[in-house]
Design a protein around this ligand. Structure first.
Ligand code: GDD
Ligand code: MN
Length: 383
């Protein structure tokens, strides 16, 4: 079998016949199969068996009575049940156009890649079919933050949230994956050193039925990031916390020597911004220092951002406290959190932004010593 198309399904009966027909047409002339991994509680299995009887290519049904790991677990089960060189993973509701499958496969072969991602976020792609403004906003924010957490592993992947991709079966160590929730591609890319290329695609409208994404999936996604140890965010946060403690210590010390408290605060802020920068350079982004920017540029960008962020945050605090009844400490806590996330994204995606590589580039999300992103694996483990 050359190509196995893996389709996780949860109550997708009305979409099955059309999906099988279009996959079949798209893969004409190849040795291919379709593998449904089904956790449905409706008559989807029967619909799959009917479509299988009519189909020209083999259609397999794996029905799980104990749906461990949800969507990700289903995809992993599908990958484990196939032997073909390439696996294509796609949704069962036709939001992923089957006609793109040959393009994914051709890109993988031509560019000698391990994973071909159908991306909504490169030129020619679009997430038009993602329903609702809030859902689109959450999706974009999650994408930006995730790419900031894994800047090298996701160097060549603009859409780690997509559920449509092709993978060279031998390049992924299935044992390394911890399936939970909806985001299996992120799991694959974060834990395996694979070469990635992308093909744009338009995320269409659902053919029939309803989406299964909900708030609970969002929480599972946060758990997934935590299990991946938040990538670089962990080290960044640890150094930030040390910096805050250092800041207070310097202020106390200066005041003990009779320095006026506001001057002491400014000196403490400047000293911690510079030492934080040096620590982040050394421990969090050391492998991204050679991506093009000069060290003075990086320091200026970092210092400029932190200075502007502190000023703006203080101003916003004043605005919030004067026009709302939110207590100042609660307002400051919210602003500090938002400021921290923005600072992290800015450093990872601007100051240390990795260049895209050709398909030969491996992303290795690792740092030496205590801040190493060990959970994300390394070259030795993945290959
Ligand atoms: N086997 C199985 N088990 N399949 C599931 C489960 C489950 O617990 N939950 C959902 N699915 C199937 C659905 O039947 C569908 O084929 C596919 O997974 C995607 O689910 P949707 O409910 O259509 O999700 P969506 O359209 O909101 O989300 C899509 O977009 C995301 C990006 O924004 C999916 O493609 C996600 O994979 C993708 O991350
Ligand atoms: Mn869908």
């Amino acid at each position: 079998m050359d190509v196995s198309v893996i389709v996780p399904t949860f109550n997708e009966a009305p979409n099955v016949p059309e999906l099988v027909r279009r996959i079949e047409t798209a893969l004409e002339g190849r040795t291919a199969e379709i593998v449904f991994v089904d956790d449905s509680t409706d008559d989807t299995p029967a619909a799959i068996l009917r479509a299988a009887a009519r189909a020209q290519i083999p259609v397999r049904l794996i029905h799980r009575d104990h749906p461990a790991g949800g969507l990700s677990g289903a995809v992993l089960g599908g990958l484990a049940a196939t032997v073909g060189e390439w696996c294509v993973v796609m949704d069962g509701d036709l939001q992923h156009p089957p006609e793109l499958i040959p393009v994914l496969l051709a890109s993988g072969v031509d560019q000698v890649a391990d994973v071909v991602v159908a991306s909504r976020h490169i030129s020619g792609g679009s997430s038009a079919g993602l329903s609702g403004f809030v859902r689109r906003l959450v999706s974009s924010a999650a994408t930006v933050l995730t790419r900031a957490m894994f800047p090298t592993r996701l160097r060549n992947c603009t859409d780690p949230m997509t559920g449509f991709f092709a993978v060279r079966r031998s390049s992924v160590d299935l044992g390394s994956l911890r399936p939970r929730g909806f985001k299996i591609l992120l799991e694959i890319l974060a834990r395996n050193a694979v070469t990635v290329v992308e093909v744009p695609f338009v995320f269409g409208e659902r053919h029939a039925g309803e989406s299964k994404a909900d708030f609970r999936q969002g929480l599972r996604f946060v758990t997934q990031l935590a299990t991946l140890r938040f990538g670089r965010l962990s080290g960044f946060a640890l150094i930030g916390a040390l910096g805050a403690v250092g800041n207070l210590a310097i202020m106390a010390l200066l005041q003990a020597f009779g320095v006026w408290y506001l001057l002491a605060a400014i000196i403490a802020a400047v000293v911690t911004m510079v030492t934080n920068f040096l620590l982040q350079e050394r421990f969090v982004f050391h492998d991204l220092r050679e991506e093009g920017r000069h060290v003075w540029t990086r320091l200026a960008q970092s210092f400029g951002f932190n200075g502007a962020e502190t000023t703006l945050r203080t101003y916003l605090l004043w605005v919030v406290v004067s026009v709302t009844s939110i207590p100042s400490v609660a307002a400051q806590a919210a602003l500090l959190t938002a400021g921290f996330v923005l600072r992290f994204v800015y450093h990872s995606r601007v100051v240390y932004r990795p260049k895209r590589t050709s398909s030969a580039g491996y992303g290795v999300e690792a740092a030496p010593g205590f801040l190493a992103d060990r959970s994300a694996g390394n070259d030795a483990r993945a290959r």
